[in-house]
Design a binder for this molecule. Structure first.
Ligand SMILES: *Cc1c(COP(=O)(O)O)cnc(C)c1O
Length: 462
């Protein structure tokens, strides 16, 4: 499989080069040159596979022969052996029409572990094979950083620096990142918002000279490996329902921030998984909801919410979707992104809006509604939703149609967002792994939000 840029100015490259490049050198995002098409036969055969077996089959399609199958299998097995649930991503039934896909059984209790355990092992593999040091640079609104650090801490040949917005991540998220004392980990706590952190990262990666001098590698969801890893659970969840004859019309409701997770669902659908509807759930930062409703993509004012991992105005993976919306026309995508940069908004024509609405339904969840949903499901079904998952469930309820089944992706364990859950006087007991964090010392450096300050820190660390 080869990978190309959404802006069309990068020669096609292989899988490992695509992982290492992260953001494409022309400022675009990498996508597979062709999306593999699965036959009904193949889907049938995959239905009984375990999570790791399924992951191996899917990755094989995208990796081709660049990693021998036995080595790829080892990477996959190692990545999912760290999960606390045998099914890796179990599906739980809440009521006749609503299921949750629990994606939080990895080391940091958030769904990002699914991709980042794999990516960490992949980087380590590449470092060994090429005998080179890998410098990872990433921005996080909370969960990515913890997962990324957990994916590579203590691994030889890898150094990682993570930027997070100072004081704007939950206590547990902060502790998960900053209590790690491995020498190959640097936490920078940036005075600013997550969008500031993300912009700095984007600009440092766009500084090709700096990027190449330090062999900078990306870990945020612009990395295509993360998207690929996340397609797996859409298949797996669908098959779990199919095995129980619950697969008539299956929707997925996805708590969305950077559009990575839902793009993985879109990709799974394009590969041939018969997903009925993809429901895009946002919080009050609802730029993507407005895009699906009105065809206008325009950042609004930043809102702090109960679901900070979705407090995002500019969704870094959105360009990948635009590429397919515009029939894989890289020139059209480049023009749109140029326009977005110049004018701060994009308006798509009516025929494109129709196509968007065929691909997605969308709903933005208000802060109170999010907490109401947590209370409601706790009382009615004795199931505690975290605030991100609650957005997905609220959107599923809002857009549910009789006779359809909706799987809401549960992207985090509720213990990670206790501050919000307490607002509804719900008491929870922390898992022992999280409780233990409160007694550990923290390691982080607070910095201002300019590119130069960050660069200085990086130069010292690398
Ligand atoms: C990252 C994250 C999201 C958003 O996922 P995207 O791929 O950025 O859309 C939702 N919920 C939680 C808990 C997350 O960590």
């Amino acid at each position: 499989m080869e990978y190309i840029s959404t802006r069309g100015k990068v020669e096609p490259i292989g899988f490992i080069d695509a992982i290492l490049m992260g953001l494409a050198d022309d400022g675009g995002l990498l996508v597979p040159k062709h999306i593999p098409q699965l036959s009904a036969d193949t889907l049938q055969k995959w239905q009984k596979l375990s999570y790791s077996e399924l992951a191996l089959e899917i990755f094989s399609l995208y990796v081709n022969n660049e990693i021998p199958r036995n080595e790829l299998k080892q990477l996959v097995d190692d990545s999912y052996a760290t999960f606390r649930d045998e099914a890796v991503t179990p599906v739980k039934r809440l009521n006749d029409s609503t299921y949750v896909l629990e994606l939080f059984h990895g080391p940091t209790f958030a769904f990002k572990d699914i991709a980042l355990q794999f990516l960490g092992n992949l980087y380590s593999y590449v470092s060994r094979k090429t005998n080179s040091i890998i410098h990872i640079l990433g921005a996080t609104s909370g969960d990515t950083g913890a997962s990324a650090i957990e994916g590579v801490r203590g691994k030889e040949g890898i150094r990682i620096c993570i930027l997070h917005p100072h004081g704007k991540v939950s206590k547990v998220q902060e502790l998960q990142m900053t209590t790690v004392d491995d020498a190959n980990v640097l936490n920078l706590s940036v005075e600013g918002t997550f969008d500031d952190c993300q912009r700095i990262i984007k600009e440092l990666f766009a500084d090709v000279e700096f990027k190449h001098r330090y062999h900078l590698r990306a870990i945020n969801s612009i990395n295509i490996a993360r998207i690929l890893a996340q397609t797996v659970y859409y298949f797996y969840a669908y098959f779990q329902l199919a095995n129980n004859n619950q697969a008539e019309k299956v929707n997925f409701s996805v708590p969305t921030g950077n559009f990575g997770d839902i793009f993985a669902g879109y990709l799974a659908q394009k590969m041939g998984l018969p997903i009925h509807k993809l429901i895009l759930a946002t919080n009050e930062n609802n730029i993507l909801e407005r895009f699906v409703q009105d065809g206008i993509y325009q950042p609004g004012a930043f809102r702090g919410t109960h679901s900070p991992s979705m407090d995002i105005q500019v969704a870094s993976n959105f360009e990948r979707y635009l590429f397919y919306l515009y029939g894989e026309d890289a020139q059209a995508v480049s023009a749109i992104m140029d326009q977005f940069k110049a004018e701060g908004r994009v308006v798509i024509p009516a025929d494109k809006l129709q196509a968007v609405q065929a691909d997605f339904a969308a709903y933005g969840v208000q802060n109170d509604e999010c907490l109401d949903t947590i209370s409601e499901y706790y009382e009615k079904y004795a199931y505690l939703l975290d605030p991100h998952t609650a957005c997905g469930v609220a959107a599923a309820d809002k857009l549910a149609v009789d006779g359809e089944v909706t799987v809401a992706l549960s992207t985090a364990h509720p213990a990670k967002f206790d501050e919000s859950i307490r607002l509804r006087s719900i008491e929870q007991t922390y898992p022992q792994q999280i409780q233990a964090l409160f007694n550990k010392p923290q390691f982080q450096t607070v910095v201002g939000g300019t590119n130069d300050e960050i660069k200085d820190q990086l130069v010292k660390f690398f």
